[in-house]
Design a binder for this molecule. Structure first.
Ligand code: ZN
Length: 217
């Protein structure tokens, strides 16, 4: 995809920046010219032109987003979208010729889109979003002390979470020295990917609700 916006959403600490950096690294392998925009440069990204913002001097996200496309870049990495003006500037950049990678703190992929609709961003600009990734870090059951359990060994609260879900097997960590007796060790990323196709674009134009967008997806 030569242009459009790809968003990574999720609560803070869910690894949004890590995912964005991996996308940047992937694009770098394709010899793309990439410009990064962030308030504090966390990691130096080799092969990426990193713009440092100086909001105190009137050079904030919006100004950087207006300047970056003039640098003839293929992709723009924008650390965050802190306000509606930045969202609009990012959508604008994505609809006029470069790939924009960014993040926002929505609870789900469809929520990110309705959030923008609520910010009064114009639907035709929101339609420049080509994909939304929603991610979570989830704990893994400790492999050292995991034990298979059956449904009737679960507490009512656990059963409620499972609902009607068909599971091959259910593991529970009993706690051991490896996991500090927590039953959990290491974490794994869990992803939801919303690909914005024509049907979803239509829903955006109709200012659909989160539930309606999910239904279409
Ligand atoms: Zn353990």
């Amino acid at each position: 995809m030569p242009h459009g916006v790809i968003l990574v959403t999720g609560p803070s600490g869910s690894g949004k920046t890590t995912s964005l950096y991996s996308m940047v690294n992937h694009l770098k392998c394709e010899k793309k010219k990439i410009v990064g925009i962030e308030e504090t440069v966390m990691t130096e990204l080799q092969g990426v032109t990193q713009m440092k913002l100086r909001p105190d001097l009137g050079f904030g996200y919006v100004q950087a987003l207006e300047t970056a496309p003039l640098m003839a870049c293929d992709a723009l990495y924008v650390a965050e979208l802190p306000d509606p003006e930045t969202v609009n500037a990012a959508l604008q950049a994505g609809s006029t010729g470069c790939l924009v990678l960014s993040s926002c703190p929505a609870d789900g992929a469809a929520e990110a889109i309705t959030q923008f609709l609520q910010m009064n961003c114009r639907p035709h600009q929101i339609a420049s979003i080509i994909g939304v990734i929603n991610q979570r870090w989830v704990r893994k059951v400790c492999e050292n002390c995991a034990e298979e359990v059956t449904r009737d060994q679960l507490a009512p609260a656990e059963l409620e979470i499972l609902g009607e879900m068909e599971l091959v097997r259910i593991l529970r960590g009993n706690g051991c020295e490896y996991c500090n007796n927590t039953g959990f060790r290491h974490r794994i990323a869990s992803y939801e990917l919303l690909e914005v196709n024509d049907a979803i674009r239509e829903a955006i134009h109709a200012r659909a609700s989160t539930a309606e967008i999910r239904e279409v997806a």
